[in-house]
Design a protein. Structure first.
Length: 564
């Protein structure tokens, strides 16, 4: 099979990677705990845990979980934002031989009930801020054991007590709840401390993480990520990062790299890159519990020389538009990995001007652990593409009949590689629907490939707008509108239209309060073909987003239908 990208790989990046050097994620973690024991590993709210600390605490918590009678392979849910407790808890779950089920803390009771039941989770480690949600559905789930964390648990007695008081009583962030059987996080660690942790029996091909995703249809499904899937993606990402670290145009980076962890760790992008890749390389991650608080995020990052900054377009946009962003030390920033949604040219250009480090856009899904393609990390400008397949990864574009499309022709992005999931948890029919007969995962995304082997996302099948028989891809229209002076961010959907079948509607958040609808229309007139121009321009104070910052077009469509 033709793989033109291999001829254009950055110097020093191998075509394939050896991903069987670890028997499990546990082996990777424990290697780093020994190798980097005295190094800072994770910092949050001014408190730092070393690798040795994470080793000790996770060993105790893991032993406690085993003492509950949980069996090898049982699922344990984790429902927390980016706090130190998560870094300990997920290591404890894996080291004890269980499967981690990452849960979005902002779930409604209905969504939480579905995920706990679908995964068959027998235990949950949850921050008290979200305990009321669990209480509402607990009797409908298989949960038997609850470990209840508080925001201040790992911040020390004095600071922790103060933080808990403020969170509970001043900011009112902990709704009333009653979970009488719950054991407090610190108590669970204390109970496990005198116990011996039985080594995990997890093997290379055993499930490690259930990562729930909406996918293309229906209710959320658990992408079953095996130990080997995630290990492979960590090693693929590490290999891909090397050109940036060895870039002769920049001073040599320090031995320990500092990574901004503003993406939520319960999301696979951050879990793989900000948690496991950081751990594998002995890095130091600065955890941001609430990245929507841009001033607070910038304050937390002051005083550090930043080297790695994975994020989504909306976060880059918000950061670079904050007047205090210039106070951060980004002079030795090596990699800004953009993923999760399309990186817009206007944002990429402003980020590059502010930091000297281009946003390197990549592409992946929960089902691919997540990274499948990426631009070279030693790039010096925004490319407008999602780059090339990572080592040991093959990508083909196919039509609706599963036939390869001609070069430059849009087709569905289909992926094969060691990072691709085993399937959807206990959903063989759904799994069969997304895998071709020759083992490629069908992403549901439409892309094109150029002669160099670089791919460009055109859009998701279901997001495409059909205007008088012409395909309009929202990403393209959004890219144009986002570069219009006075626009902060935007999103495009298709709406029914009597004349053209569908019409383009754009929702715009203003950066300049004086921006008018006519100015947006004039800009689109100058930059878009007639059928691509928005028929409707609507200004909004904000756009609905996932906790990762990805704009929810589906929610905009639903809101638009209700308003009609």
């Amino acid at each position: 099979m033709d793989q033109p990208w291999l001829k254009n790989y950055p110097k020093g990046v191998p075509a394939t990677i050896k991903y069987d050097q670890y028997a499990s994620i546990v082996q990777l973690l424990e290697e780093s705990y020994q190798k980097y024991a005295t190094r800072p590993a994770f910092t949050c709210m001014g408190k730092t845990l070393t690798y040795g600390d994470v080793d000790t605490y996770s060993r105790s918590l893991g032993a406690y979980l085993q003492s509950l009678g949980l069996q090898q392979g049982d699922r344990v849910a984790l429902m927390m934002p980016n706090v130190l407790q998560y870094t300990v808890a997920v290591a404890a779950v894996l080291r004890a031989g269980f499967v981690a089920v990452n849960v979005n803390p902002l779930y409604t009771p209905r969504e939480l009930e579905h995920q706990l039941k679908d995964s068959g989770s027998k235990a949950i480690i949850i921050l008290e801020n979200f305990a009321a949600t669990l209480q509402a559905v607990l009797d409908k789930t298989p949960i038997k054991h609850i470990v209840l964390a508080s925001m201040g648990d790992m911040l020390g007695l004095i600071k922790g007590t103060l933080v808990n008081y403020v969170v509970r009583n001043k900011k009112k962030m902990v709704p009333a709840f009653s979970l009488p059987t719950a054991v407090k996080f610190n108590d669970a660690m204390a109970r496990g401390k005198p116990l011996a942790l039985s080594p995990s029996k997890a093997k290379f091909d055993d499930p490690a993480v259930l990562q729930y995703t909406g996918g293309t249809t229906g209710v959320s499904k658990g992408a079953t990520l095996l130990h080997r899937n995630i290990i492979a993606n960590v090693l693929q990402s590490e290999a891909w990062m090397q050109p940036a670290l060895n870039n002769p145009k920049k001073p040599k980076p320090p031995e320990q790299l500092i990574t901004v962890c503003a993406l939520p760790l319960y999301h696979i992008f951050a879990f793989t890159i900000c948690y496991l890749l950081v751990t594998r390389t002995g890095g130091h991650a600065i955890l941001i519990p609430n990245p929507r608080d841009i001033p607070g995020t910038i304050k937390a990052l002051k005083g550090y020389e930043l080297h790695m900054f994975p994020a989504v377009n909306t976060l880059y946009n918000a950061m670079v538009n904050d007047p205090t962003f210039a106070e951060l030390n980004t002079k030795n920033l090596r990699v800004a990995n953009g993923g999760g949604m399309a990186v817009q040219k206007a944002v990429a250009e402003k980020w590059l001007a502010a930091t000297g480090c281009p946003i390197v856009e990549g592409y992946g899904l929960s089902e691919t652990s997540p990274s499948a393609t990426c631009n070279p990390t030693d790039s010096d400008a925004y490319s407008g593409t999602i780059g090339m397949p990572l080592p040991s990864t093959d990508v083909v574009l196919r039509d609706d009949d599963n036939n390869p499309v001609a070069l430059g022709t849009p087709g569905e992005i289909c992926i094969k590689g060691p990072q691709v999931m085993a399937g959807y948890w206990q959903r063989p029919d759904e799994t069969a629907n997304v895998f071709s007969n020759d083992g490629f995962f069908k992403s549901g995304d439409i892309g094109v490939m150029d002669e160099r082997g670089y791919f460009k996302i055109v859009d998701r099948k279901k997001d495409m707008v059909l205007v008088s028989g012409f395909n309009v891809y929202p990403n393209e229209v959004e890219d144009v509108v986002a570069s219009c002076p006075g626009v902060m961010e935007c999103a495009v959907i298709g709406v029914p239209d009597d004349k053209s079948g569908e019409a383009v509607k754009v929702f715009v958040v203003k950066k300049d309060p004086a921006l008018t609808e006519q100015q947006v229309r004039d800009y689109c007139e100058a930059n878009l073909a007639g059928y691509k121009k928005p028929k409707y321009v609507v200004f909004r104070a904000d756009l609905p987003k996932t906790p990762v910052g990805k704009i929810l077009r589906r929610e905009l469509r639903d809101l638009d239908k209700k308003a009609a």
